[in-house]
Ligand binder design. Structure first.
Ligand SMILES: CC(C)(COP(=O)(O)OP(=O)(O)OC[C@H]1O[C@@H](n2cnc3c(N)ncnc32)[C@H](O)[C@@H]1OP(=O)(O)O)[C@@H](O)C(=O)NCCC(=O)NCCS
Length: 183
């Protein structure tokens, strides 16, 4: 069991009993709206994606629960996936599903833990992320960690009845951790 410890949060496997809570976050338009949509449409697809994620680098399933160390509750999830069949990098994503837990640095700490975990365990030189150009919390989180905005994908994401532009962000291993070359 992989657990990544931080000072205020830890990343740990998602317990089976937590799946309905996470699925409810997916379905709540207030939690992810107005900036995004999740890629699974049905309960069955959600369950299947969690069951098969370990063997599927491209899986969009959440990979870790974000647990707030005190009081030890589930506050969010993070995921990562290989978005391209040839290019070698991972994209990550993140949700703090408990509204009261937002704005306290937990999202940023969780993503930093994930970045360092991935650079420590995967032979990629680049970790990327994308976010709706209107999602200030998301891009400020990324920029606070050192991700660079590399461009804008125009009209790349359809949600809430219209097309949205999307920022592309990237962080290289040398920018994050210059002492860890590829093995
Ligand atoms: C994006 C998200 C994970 C941020 O998590 P969080 O724990 O609230 O963020 P943090 O407290 O770590 O703050 C990170 C940065 O965002 C800023 N921020 C937080 N909430 C904000 C808001 N509502 N509007 C603008 N900026 C905000 C913080 O000030 C901080 O920036 P700073 O370091 O420049 O001050 C959370 O808002 C969320 O779950 N949103 C819905 C899902 C989502 O959009 N996920 C990303 C998809 S790309």
């Amino acid at each position: 069991m992989v657990v990544v410890e931080g000072s205020n949060v830890r990343l740990r496997p998602i317990a089976p009993a937590e799946r309905p809570t996470i699925r409810a976050w997916y379905l709540d338009p207030e939690l992810v709206a107005p900036f995004d949509r999740f890629a699974v449409e049905t309960d069955e697809e959600f369950e299947r994606s969690l069951d098969t994620a370990d063997g599927d680098p491209a899986s969009l399933a959440p990979r870790f629960a974000i647990e707030r160390r005190a009081p030890g509750d589930l506050v969010g999830v993070v995921g990562y996936y290989a978005p391209h069949p040839v290019l070698e990098f991972l994209d990550l994503w993140y949700v703090i599903g408990v509204p009261a837990a937002r704005g306290h640095g937990l999202g940023r700490e969780a993503v930093e833990l994930l970045v360092d975990h991935l650079f420590g365990t995967e032979s990629v030189e680049r970790i990327g992320a994308t976010c709706d150009v209107e999602n200030a919390a998301s891009y400020r989180l990324l920029e606070g960690i050192g991700f660079r905005r590399e461009g804008t994908l125009r009209s790349a994401l359809f949600h809430h009845s219209r097309w949205h532009d999307v920022y592309v962000y990237g962080l290289t291993r040398s920018e994050r951790a210059p002492t860890r070359p590829r093995a």
